[in-house]
Design a binder for this molecule. Structure first.
Ligand code: PLP
Length: 362
């Protein structure tokens, strides 16, 4: 059995240990004679799974008692609607910082439910940087300020949260979820689609301060889409994505075992450094993002020559480095080096790039 080094932006690589454990449990989960996919979400077995997942998640992230953890469906894109439906409820206005495709889609969706204002954008330079967010024209009556904390496509990441001037901060953390420690109290809410850095697709984990969970939502909001519905029923209002919750639970245990988010962050910094250091001195490859904003998770790079890019993508795939083709809006290549990508995978990629550069540099 040969596993490749999978640099996919999402769904993405999962820890091998977790996959093996899931494999072991598949036919007979802990002696109950069935798999997690086959059991009732109301069973005692599953109750244990979802409760331990939440407990481990809270411990890992350090979620205070006045925040709820919700397991939701509909993927990241559902949150683009669910956030304004639930939180744009006082002045029907919210401020958005546009740092890429996902932030822009969230902003466009929010316009359906109220006054969504773009207070900053980095589109002038194809989203290759994070705008200065120290003194933005935040609206006095903004219900929240929205950011996408790590921009999966463009490879930028906030290393300092914006000054929201006292307004609630709402963040999409999909592609940096559990990659480093965070201070939950800085956010009114953050949420992540798990398929980038945590588990199988089809699950969003949302962390939301309990005073924000109310019945005061956009008129006509479906029952399913009120955070309160899910909070009141502990994410079991209807059948949740049981399988994904189970795998995420295993990933939380894996993260705890390796030393938690501090250790994960150290490893992620080390992985990103070996790749960025190489890019910085390469005569062929070039990173596309302003240095201080470079993501630890998604690393886009180009050669400046489309044919050479294509040759690199083909040859790297043949050598066991999969999914390095860049997003069409950036071109070139993108290496997503999420939590589960081992250091060895990045180091070997750099060796391969060095070799490719030697052979192809004119
Ligand atoms: C992938 C991604 C999304 C969209 O997630 P879906 O689950 O496909 O809807 C949203 N935000 C970010 C930052 C992403 O990387």
């Amino acid at each position: 059995m040969a596993r490749v080094y999978n640099f996919s932006a999402g769904p993405a690589v999962l820890p091998e240990e977790v996959l093996r454990e899931a494999q072991e449990d598949l036919m007979d989960y802990k002696g109950c004679g069935m798999s997690v996919m086959e059991m009732s979400h109301r069973s005692r077995m599953f109750d244990d799974i979802i409760k331990s997942a939440e407990k481990d998640f809270r411990e890992l992230v350090g979620v205070p008692d006045n925040y709820r953890v919700l397991f939701l469906q509909g993927g990241g894109c559902m949150q683009f609607a669910q956030v304004p439906m639930n939180l744009m409820n006082k002045h029907h206005k919210a401020d958005y910082i546009i740092t890429g495709n996902w932030a822009k889609r969230a902003w466009n969706e929010a316009k359906i439910y109220g006054d969504a204002v773009a207070v900053a954008s980095s589109e002038d330079k194809n989203f290759t940087y994070i705008p200065d967010c120290s003194d933005l024209p935040i609206d006095d009556d903004a219900d929240y300020v929205y950011i996408c904390e790590n921009n999966t496509i463009y490879g930028t990441e906030y290393f300092q949260l914006p000054n929201t001037k006292g307004k609630l901060l709402v963040a999409d953390v999909s592609s940096c979820f559990l990659s480093r420690p965070i201070d939950v109290t800085r956010y009114g809410m953050f949420w992540g689609g798990v398929q980038k850095n945590v588990g199988p697709a089809g699950l969003v984990i949302a962390v939301i301060r309990d005073d924000l969970i109310t019945d005061d939502v956009y008129p006509g909001t479906p029952t399913m889409l009120k955070y309160k519905t899910q909070a009141d029923k502990n994410s079991l209002y209807n059948t949740p994505n049981c399988w994904s919750i189970y795998i995420c639970g295993l990933v939380f245990k894996w993260l705890k075992k390796i030393g938690g988010l501090e250790e994960m962050n150290k490893r992620n910094e080390k992985k990103a450094k070996v790749l960025y250091d190489y890019l910085d001195q390469s005569k062929m490859f070039k990173g596309t993002v302003r240095k201080q904003d470079r993501s630890l998770m998604n690393v886009p790079f180009v050669t400046g020559d489309k044919d050479l890019d294509a040759k690199f993508v083909a040859e790297s795939a043949a050598a066991g480095f999969e999914n390095l083709k860049g997003h069409r809006t950036v071109g070139g290549m993108r290496a997503s080096i999420y939590n589960a990508m081992p250091y060895e995978g990045v180091a070997k990629l750099v060796d391969f790039m060095e070799d490719f550069e030697k052979k192809n540099l004119k």
